[in-house]
Design a protein around this ligand. Structure first.
Ligand code: NAD
Ligand code: WQD
Length: 333
């Protein structure tokens, strides 16, 4: 299939591009480079042996999107493009609503104009809000995300539900990612956030490479086995494989579906630090700080539906996640 990847040069988009190419699909990367670099296209070419098509542009430009959809005869869209910093979304909510929601509506209009009826959407476990029970399953009601970023994900899921009700031929698969980490085994693509990382793993990686002094552990008084927050970390390469499986599913199924992508296992902050110490072969200093506002104690998913519907299962554990993230950090220091 010819697949448009909005946000295609980003962290998850670039890994998915590799996986799609290795599965015989033809991705077209579309990105405004607000949070990624064009060099990623060359890195993908080094991994796959073929340079994917790249178009620099913004999803809020309908004419450009229509032109790309027609010119490349696109069959389906995987929609990664979006802003994702939780703290920034509280400071600049309108930016998030414009970029993520208005951008998605613009993309959907362009798809309608070009009769492209298959969309895979990057959703998030954040749509569940504070879990009332674990593991999280897709039939549990969505909750109240604690920030504007999370609300954009929930609103987009609802927009896609409305669209599928109005147009029964449309296929929308909302992939609810848990905590994606790790990098491609080549070390050529990975996550390289600007400034001080918000997320745990990029922060830990920078402590390991000496760029940051110590890991800040946000709270050790949660009702979890060691008191620190528990999350369902998933290797980005497994996540990428999940998109290829979702694309295959969308080829033969119409309607709206939400599917969790996680391992089904929870790991605490202290366990992640220990796993990274093993990967990098050194002790990593950490300090216990107060809880971070808006954090939940624990979440992990049931990956059952992904297995049943998409035939997908995560293959990697935290060891591979930390080892690949460390390799990427070393090559990009
Ligand atoms: P990323 O920032 O690396 O990738 C997003 C890409 O979208 C970037 O390359 C950015 O330049 C591009 N972009 C942003 N706004 C755009 C616009 N208006 N037009 C065109 N391109 C635009 O982030 P990522 O981690 O790869 O996340 C991809 C998607 O997955 C996002 O929608 C994110 O919200 C979602 N998600 C990420 C995580 C995570 O922890 N990484 C978890 C759940 C969901
Ligand atoms: C993980 C654990 C922290 C940093 C966020 C978004 C979510 C999704 C994934 C996009 C928590 C603790 C963290 C640090 C720490 N993104 N922590 N020190 O908050 O689960 O999810 O990213 O959709 O929407 O909210 O991920 O990596 O920030 O935190 O102790 O420096 O690590 O308290 O328990 P989170 P995270």
């Amino acid at each position: 299939m010819k697949v448009l990847l909005t946000g295609g040069t980003g962290y998850i988009g670039s890994h998915t591009a590799v996986c799609l190419m290795q599965s015989g699909h033809e991705p077209v990367l579309f990105d405004n480079l607000s949070n990624s670099k064009k060099d990623v296209v060359q890195a993908i070419a080094r991994i796959t042996g073929k340079e994917p098509a790249f178009v620099e542009g913004d999803i809020r430009s309908k004419t450009l999107l229509e032109d790309v959809l027609r010119r490349h005869e696109i069959d389906a869209v995987i929609h990664f493009a979006g802003l994702k910093a939780v703290g920034e979304s509280c400071e600049k909510p309108l930016l998030y609503y414009d970029n993520n929601i208005a951008g998605t509506v613009c993309l959907l209009e362009a798809m309608k104009a070009c009769a492209v009826g298959k969309l895979i959407f990057s959703s998030s476990s954040t749509v569940y809000g504070t879990p009332s029970a674990l593991p999280l399953t897709e039939d549990m009601p969505t909750g109240t995300p604690t920030n504007p970023y999370g609300r954009t994900k929930l609103m987009i899921e609802e927009i896609l539900q409305d669209l599928c009700r109005a147009d029964p031929g449309f296929s929308a698969v909302c992939l609810r990612y848990f905590n994606p980490i790790g990098a491609h085994e080549s070390g050529l693509i990975g996550e390289d956030p600007n400034g001080i990382p918000n997320n745990l793993l990029p922060y830990v990686a920078r402590v390991a490479s000496g760029k940051l002094e110590y890991v800040r552990v946000f709270g050790n008084d949660y009702p979890t086995p060691d008191g620190t927050g528990v999350r369902d970390y998933i290797h980005v390469v497994d996540l990428a494989r999940g998109h290829v499986a979702a694309l295959d599913y969308a080829q033969t199924h119409a309607g709206w579906e939400a599917v969790n992508l996680g391992t089904g296992r929870g790991t605490s902050v202290l366990e992640m630090i220990a796993a990274f110490e093993k990967a990098c072969g050194k002790k990593l200093p950490y300090r216990i700080l107060p809880r971070r506002a808006g954090d939940i104690a624990a979440n992990w998913c049931s990956p059952e539906k992904a297995h049943r519907l998409l035939g997908w299962k995560a293959q990697y554990g935290v060891e591979e996640m930390c080892a690949s993230s460390w390799k990427f950090e070393q090559l990009h220091s």
